[in-house]
Design a protein around this ligand. Structure first.
Ligand code: BGC
Length: 801
């Protein structure tokens, strides 16, 4: 594989890797995305062309394991990529049918394009070269385009080309979901336009009634004067194509352009989707012009979002791949769409495009570069406050209870049963009890404010969310006479292996330390909000939300008297939840040797007839999340407030304790471990960072990437570089920098937007240079290891390390 830092290149055709590459070669623009499947392919077990609309969900019921369940899926829309050729009366071209002489697939991160260059020999000895280029326009979000350059290498003759819009697709991207209903679409119209030479197809989801219109225009350009191609319309059920006949001449290239326009009923400023799509295709320029505008849009994005990391390995290349996929999932085109940040991108069907707490790992990157977008993505949560209120009330609580998995309207979308592919058993899924998602929502709102200083957002929307979440925590917490403290019962922490006590009839655990601590943090923030939003606005919100003085008193008490469990024999190690200590030890090493490093131990044990709930074995970082999210100062502050004697030197004991017992069955886990080890064990920190980097490009969980990338790990790895290695903390209008640059990085450069101003940070092992853009309006307080520096427009601060 080449090491160009702006490219991901595959130099051989490996059918068994196709699904993985398709996910990694997905092109998207924050409005829609299409997997990197070959144009000539269809879902056949090797290829899986998938087109996904940001927020394009649909609900279906299925009968499975003797019950009816409903899931909200990310819909796979009609395949617009479809383009193929054949010699008359022969089979259509396919990689399995020919001898491949040359193969190269290249994802160009800089320009946002996907390329394939092939040379092959068919069964009749004809050799052909085919170069394809594809884009999903970052300049015009409704447009995608592809180009084929086909060159006969030793033949001349007529070929037939088929350019289609294929609505026969279903949701078939995840093998585990096979038993579930997968027919989401009804095709409501197909046809062509005689004068403008385009075909169209309109599809509608059968429950959410989202309509999508696709229009495709196919044009030919030849190096030799050929008569214009004969064409015919092919229409069958749920499918429409233009079939062309074009004469080819040896060594002369024929260029084929397919420009596709896509509109949906969710769009703004439209009459109806098909009408808009038709209009837009009539105005659409040719491929080269589309490509130029698209590259320019990416150039602008990279200017804001790139970071330079000099090492002797692939770190830079993979970080760019991660930024690339983040920007393809959410871009400025996402801004008006009312969508959240999906855990698996719009790159596949795993986790059904749902929005989880993974946003917690993603927002920092956006806050520091595209704050306008971050604000819009927070609005996804704000708009779903009513649903979160229903959920809280339904469960007997006050305030708002956001769902663990969220989709269209913010209803709880977690699956109620899931399939263990190892055993073939359908099992109850109690992970929805992860109420800590609520703390993540509040944390994201608060950090958006800390980074951007946008108090207006806090005033109008953010504070309401924080207050509602505070109300929820306060009503969930109960007083324990025995402990003389508040506690939270019946929840699940981030570690999804533990959802109930061994042999317990009902799910839920008591006093998950992370959840309890986060609840305290939220209440503490809520109690301080009036300083930012002002007494008047606070009074308005308190009136609206019925928050009384007694309620505030309760918040205050809980935030001082919440119970945090500790492992008994050492008061230094925080217990993941109450009773964790009584669980049995498990020889995780034994499983690692046979099953690989990143274990899904829950599935392995269940197959063996054992219950993971019995053991001290975690899927992912849980207690350690605290050291990931908070500075040591903040942690100590809260522990002291709670009356616990927690010391900075205890942190390492916690890391050691849980590291032994964690299988990293979630890609988020290594991000957290790398982060928390940055200051105590640089070597292990680097190792974990490298593992996190490889999550998707090497598919380290063995087969999960093909179903969708892991956006939390992708953005989290970039955030490790931007905030952890630089020691960047934003707090109360102060920018703290305290770098711990790993030895392997000899140079790091990034641009950040803080409180509305762009600044550049350059870091080597010896020096830190922070420069303020010349067009700054305000000054910024830079705190370097306790020493204050004031930065004004155009200032450059050089600091020896
Ligand atoms: C992890 C969760 C995560 C989800 C979506 C699960 O495997 O355990 O923490 O939110 O994946 O990425």
């Amino acid at each position: 594989m080449e090491t160009d830092n702006w490219k991901i290149v595959y130099e051989n055709w490996l059918p068994e890797e196709q699904a993985h590459r398709e996910a990694l070669c997905t092109l998207g623009n924050g409005y829609f995305a299409a997997r990197g499947a070959a144009e000539e392919s269809s879902a056949d077990g090797v290829h899986y062309p998938g087109t996904y609309l940001a927020g394009g969900y649909n609900r279906l019921r299925s009968e499975v394991a003797g019950r009816t369940i409903e899931n909200e899926d990310l819909v796979n829309w009609p395949n617009w990529l479809s383009l193929n050729f054949r010699h008359p009366n022969e089979n259509w071209f396919g990689l399995a049918e020919v001898t491949i002489i040359y193969f190269r697939k290249e994802l160009d991160l800089k320009n946002g394009t996907l390329h394939r260059h092939l040379r092959f020999r068919d069964q009749n000895g004809r050799e052909t070269s085919l170069k394809s280029t594809r884009l999903v326009s970052m300049a015009q979000p409704h447009i995608a385009a592809l180009q084929w350059e086909l060159t006969p290498e030793n033949w001349s003759g007529i070929i037939e080309i088929c350019s289609a819009l294929d609505g026969t697709v279903k949701n078939k991207g995840v093998a585990r979901y096979q038993a579930l209903n997968d027919q989401h679409l009804e095709i409501t119209a197909t046809g062509n336009d005689e004068t403008q030479h385009y075909i169209y197809l309109e599809a509608r989801t059968n429950q959410s009634e989202i309509s999508m219109a696709q229009v495709a225009r196919t044009r030919f350009y030849s190096e030799f004067p050929a008569q214009s191609p004969l064409y015919a319309l092919e229409q069958r059920a749920n499918y429409v194509a233009h079939a062309f006949q074009i004469p080819c001449e040896n060594q002369k290239t024929v260029r084929i352009e397919k420009v596709v326009v896509l509109y949906t009923s969710r769009d703004f400023a439209i009459s109806e989707p098909l009408l808009e799509a038709r209009r837009a295709v009539e105005h659409a320029p040719d491929f080269s012009e589309l490509l130029a505008a698209h590259s320019l849009a990416w150039q602008h994005l990279w200017h804001r979002c790139d970071l330079v990391v000099a090492t002797n390995d692939r770190t830079q290349q993979i970080l760019r791949l991660h930024i690339f996929h983040l920007l393809q999932t959410v871009s400025l085109h996402t801004a008006d769409l009312d969508v959240g940040i999906p855990a698996r991108g719009w790159h596949g069907e795993a986790y059904r495009g749902h929005i989880f707490w993974d946003e917690l790992f993603i927002f920092s990157f956006l806050n520091l570069r595209l704050p306008e977008l971050a604000r819009e993505l927070l609005m996804y949560r704000y708009r779903r406050l009513p649903e979160a209120r229903f959920a809280a009330r339904g469960a007997g609580y006050r305030g708002a209870m956001f769902p663990w998995q969220s989709g269209s309207n913010g209803r709880e979308e977690s699956q109620v049963i899931h399939l263990n592919p190892k055993s073939g058993n359908w099992l109850p899924d109690d992970t929805y009890l992860q109420r800590h998602i609520n703390a993540a929502v509040a944390y994201n709102v608060w950090h958006y404010f800390q980074t951007t200083g946008n108090s207006e957002f806090l005033n109008l929307y953010g504070a309401e969310m924080i207050f509602e979440i505070a109300l929820f925590w306060a009503s969930l917490a109960s007083w324990s006479e025995e402990k003389q403290r508040f506690e939270i019962k019946g929840v699940v922490g981030p570690d999804e292996y533990h959802t109930r006590y061994p042999d317990a009839e009902t799910p839920g655990l008591n006093n998950n330390a992370y959840t309890n601590f986060m609840a305290v943090w939220v209440l503490d923030v809520a109690l301080q909000l009036s300083e930012i939003i002002g007494e008047k606005r606070q009074a308005e919100l308190f009136e609206k939300l019925k928050i009384s003085a007694a309620e505030l008193e309760r918040w205050e008490q809980i935030s001082r008297q919440m119970f945090i469990p500790f492992i008994n024999h050492t008061k230094q190690v925080i217990s993941q939840f109450e009773g964790y200590e009584a669980l049995q030890e498990l020889d995780i090493r034994k499983y690692r040797e046979t099953e690989g490093k990143m274990l899904r131990l829950d599935r392995i044990l269940e197959k063996e007839g054992l219950d993971i709930n019995r053991y001290k074995a975690s899927k992912q970082a849980d207690v350690l999340m605290l050291f990931y999210l908070f500075s040591t100062e903040k942690l100590l502050d809260i522990f002291t407030r709670l009356g616990y004697d927690f010391k900075p030197e205890h942190i390492f004991a916690n890391i050691i304790y849980y590291e032994k017992r964690t299988t990293h069955g979630s890609t988020l886990s290594k991000i957290v471990y790398s982060w928390v080890l940055a200051r105590s064990n640089r070597k292990r920190c680097w190792g974990d960072f490298q593992t996190a980097l490889l999550s998707d490009i090497e598919d380290i969980q063995g087969g999960t990437t093909s179903e969708g990338i892991h956006l939390g790990a992708m953005a989290g790895s970039v955030d490790l570089v931007q905030r952890c290695f630089t020691g960047l903390v934003m707090s109360n209008h102060e920018l703290l920098l305290n770098p711990v640059l790993p030895d392997k990085i000899y140079y790091l450069e990034l641009r950040l937007k803080y409180l509305g101003n762009w600044l550049s940070v350059k870091l080597t092992q010896q020096k830190l240079v922070v420069a303020a853009d010349p067009d700054w309006k305000n000054e910024i307080c830079l705190n370097f290891r306790g020493k204050m520096h004031t930065l004004r427009a155009g200032d450059v601060q050089e600091i020896d390390l």
